[in-house]
Design a protein around this ligand. Structure first.
Ligand code: MRU
Length: 404
């Protein structure tokens, strides 16, 4: 298999020091930001053991191990973050990514700072601003910081350090457990919307790489597959960083989900040919009015879906809903380096120095979203009132959970 090298334009130096061209495909590697990585001899591990994130207690830690998503699907490399700057670098270059997993990683990052006796509020702030769009990132950092603050405030100066570190770690574990439970509930609610023989199109990557469970949109797709209702999963490649081609196709293959990869610009004619019954994506931030920020290209799919009368569904945990962001215009969209557009992997595809416009996300207005599926059920139609009701846990505003 061709070894693909993906550049990180935020971090001048790679956090793992193995030159990936020298590696055999499918190997599990372990890297560390401070010491040179070493190649391990073990074979490719199975999906169940390839967690996107793992906490290491002393004496191996305190540290956070990440499955470096920039290297998938060619190499399964483990990256060990021993301090918060290393974690922030990994978040910025998308070694760990996807909204729910960013919340989990943020909380573990605060726990790491607390375990190291670093400046915990400063560490939480650095993590929260590592990327601006995914609501879960600041949410996870804030929750772990609050837990740390409460524990420190209730302890003596001597015991405060231990109590604070324990509380932050316990909160990170609780966030991960809640995310896994939310993922399972999203899958169950989402399955109700999927008709037999469904041909589903998805964008970006929303499976177990972005979640402590089986993900968001991909968890629904997996549930549909297990229920015998999935005829085909159409996987958008998701330029510029190819999360669909590199990660979703990898997850689908490992799970036995029937899938075909399409270029992003083939989605329109695929829909026109009548081969898409449902579109399901995840979300990075959902504003109070139901506007959905997700990987760039999502808005275009929603417009196409409306034109072709295809239901467009967003699957996300409530932790992605940000009631303090009133509407789509208020969502900060991350812009990334021009070079990501001007290259595919390490290969230039434009003349050197070509300028690009590279928003990582776009915003889909609620009027184009058929339904939002959260762990609490289905929101349909997507209105500020229905979203607020579900946030309050009243259940009001939940549409019938029937195939769309
Ligand atoms: O830039 P990324 O790869 O972090 O973007 C991720 C996405 O856009 C996902 O679709 C989104 O986080 C939903 S994942 C459940």
């Amino acid at each position: 298999m061709h070894v693909m090298k993906l550049h990180n334009h935020y971090e001048p130096e790679r956090t793992s020091l193995v030159p990936i061209e020298s590696l055999a495909a499918g190997r599990v590697l372990r890297g560390c930001a401070r010491s040179p990585a070493r190649v391990q001899t073990q074979e490719m591990t199975t999906a169940s053991t390839l967690a996107p994130l793992r906490w290491l207690d002393p004496p191996e830690g305190p540290a956070i191990e990440l499955l470096d998503q920039t290297r998938l699907p060619v190499v399964e490399a483990i990256l060990t973050c021993r301090d918060v700057p290393q974690l922030v670098g990994a978040i910025r270059r998308l070694a760990v990514r996807g909204a729910p997993m960013l919340g989990v990683a943020a909380a573990y990052g605060v726990a790491l700072a607390a375990a190291r006796d670093d400046d915990v509020p400063a560490a939480a702030a650095a993590i929260a601003r590592a990327r601006p769009t995914a609501a879960n990132l600041a949410w996870g950092a804030d929750r772990a910081l609050d837990a740390w603050r409460s524990a420190v405030a209730g302890s003596s100066p001597v015991s405060g350090k231990i109590a604070g570190a324990q509380a932050a770690l316990a909160e990170a574990k609780a966030i991960a457990a809640a995310d896994a439970a939310a993922s399972a509930a999203i899958a169950a609610h989402g399955l109700d919307m999927v008709r037999p023989s469904a041909r589903i199109l998805t964008h970006c990557n929303t499976g177990s790489l972005v979640s402590a469970g089986e993900g968001t949109a991909f968890a629904v797709i997996l549930a549909a597959h297990r229920a015998g209702r999935l005829e085909m999963l159409w996987v958008d490649e998701t330029r510029p960083l190819l999360q669909g081609a590199r990660l979703t196709a990898w997850e689908a293959g490992r799970s036995g989900v029937p899938h075909k990869l399409i270029t992003d610009n083939a989605a329109a004619s695929l829909m026109a040919s009548g081969q898409v019954d449902l579109i399901i994506t995840g979300a990075d931030r959902i504003a109070a009015d139901g506007s959905v920020a997700n990987k760039v290209g999502t808005y275009g799919l929603a417009v196409l879906a409306r034109h072709h009368d295809v239901p467009f569904v967003v699957a996300a945990p409530m932790s992605t809903v940000d009631f303090s962001t009133p509407d789509g215009a208020s969502i900060e969209v991350e812009f990334r380096a021009d070079e990501e557009v001007a290259t595919v992997g390490s290969q230039p595809v434009a003349p050197a120095g070509t300028a690009a416009w590279n928003p990582a996300f776009d915003v889909t207005p609620p009027s184009l979203v058929t339904a939002i599926v959260t762990e609490r059920g289905l929101i349909k139609p997507v209105t500020a009132g229905n979203l607020r009701d579900q946030g309050a846990g009243t259940g009001a505003g939940m549409g019938p959970q029937a195939a769309l």
